[in-house]
Design a protein around this ligand. Structure first.
Ligand code: AP5
Ligand code: MG
Length: 218
């Protein structure tokens, strides 16, 4: 399956993507995680991305689209993938269409996670992220690590993302409404969108998402 996950910052895209990718045996491809890995390794791409990310702005398309294409060209993504955080504007959505068309492939669904804005702020304020792999995330109330300050998956140090301050979250939300929400209409016109509530326990949301994707694929 080829799926795009869309939703505001803090909706739980990364959290859900980890479970959905495992259930569906497809790779979880997060452009945010790819950028953070590059920043951690001090690459030129990481240096280009960092100031935009810290400001809550989108990294320019010429950087982002090339990175996403390279990742989707890896053999593990040949038969399917779960995209988290890409595409994030109409130009990226069109670029993804082209990447898929070149391979004779198409998207199977776009899963849209809906959540009230006050919940987003609460989820992000309590998030703790693993420094070794930013796909591993925890929450001070809802998903506590077994050992305080350490990642359950790899033992990495947990920290608060620089872009998780309340001011930057407000900026990211503004960018989401302006740049990213229009892609929902773009995909609705293609009949691809299923919208689910991202409220409730993590496992409940996963179940809702799996049901929605099964219905979409049927
Ligand atoms: P990115 O890393 O994609 O950030 P985001 O979209 O802002 O989303 P988040 O990762 O903040 O939230 P999430 O929905 O994954 O929530 P999570 O599962 O962690 O992008 C960061 C930046 O990179 C961008 O601002 C931009 O600069 C750049 N970038 C990335 N992609 C780009 C692109 N395509 N183009 C241009 N620039 C790009 O959950 C949040 C918290 O809630 C966690 O603590 C979690 O444990 C908790 N939680 C999750 N589910 C539940 C639940 N059901 N109940 C209670 N708590 C929950
Ligand atoms: Mg995320």
């Amino acid at each position: 399956m080829r799926i795009v996950l869309v939703g505001p910052p803090g909706a739980g895209k990364g959290t859900q993507a980890a479970y959905l990718a495992e259930n569906l045996s497809i790779p979880h491809v997060s452009t945010g995680d790819l950028f953070r890995a590059n920043i951690g390794q001090g690459t030129a791409l990481g240096k280009q991305a960092q100031e935009y990310m810290n400001a809550g702005e989108l990294v320019p398309d010429e950087v982002t689209i090339g990175m996403a294409k390279d990742r989707l060209d890896q053999p593990d993504a040949a038969e399917g993938f779960l995209l988290d955080g890409f595409p994030r504007n109409l130009a990226q959505a069109e670029a993804l269409d082209q990447i898929l068309a070149e391979r004779g492939a198409h998207l199977d669904g776009v899963l849209d996670l809906e959540i009230p804005e006050d919940q987003v702020v609460q989820r992000i304020a309590g998030r703790r992220t693993c420094r070794t792999d930013s796909a591993h995330t925890f929450h001070v109330d809802h998903k506590r690590p077994q050992v305080a300050g350490r990642c359950d998956e790899c033992g990495g140090e947990l920290y608060q993302r620089a872009d998780d301050s309340e001011e930057t979250v407000r900026k990211r939300l503004e960018v989401y409404h302006r740049e990213t929400e229009p892609i929902i209409g773009f995909y609705q016109a293609k009949g691809l969108v299923v919208t689910i509530s991202a409220m409730g326990r993590v496992a409940e949301v996963t179940e809702r998402a799996m049901d929605a994707l099964r219905t979409k694929a049927a």
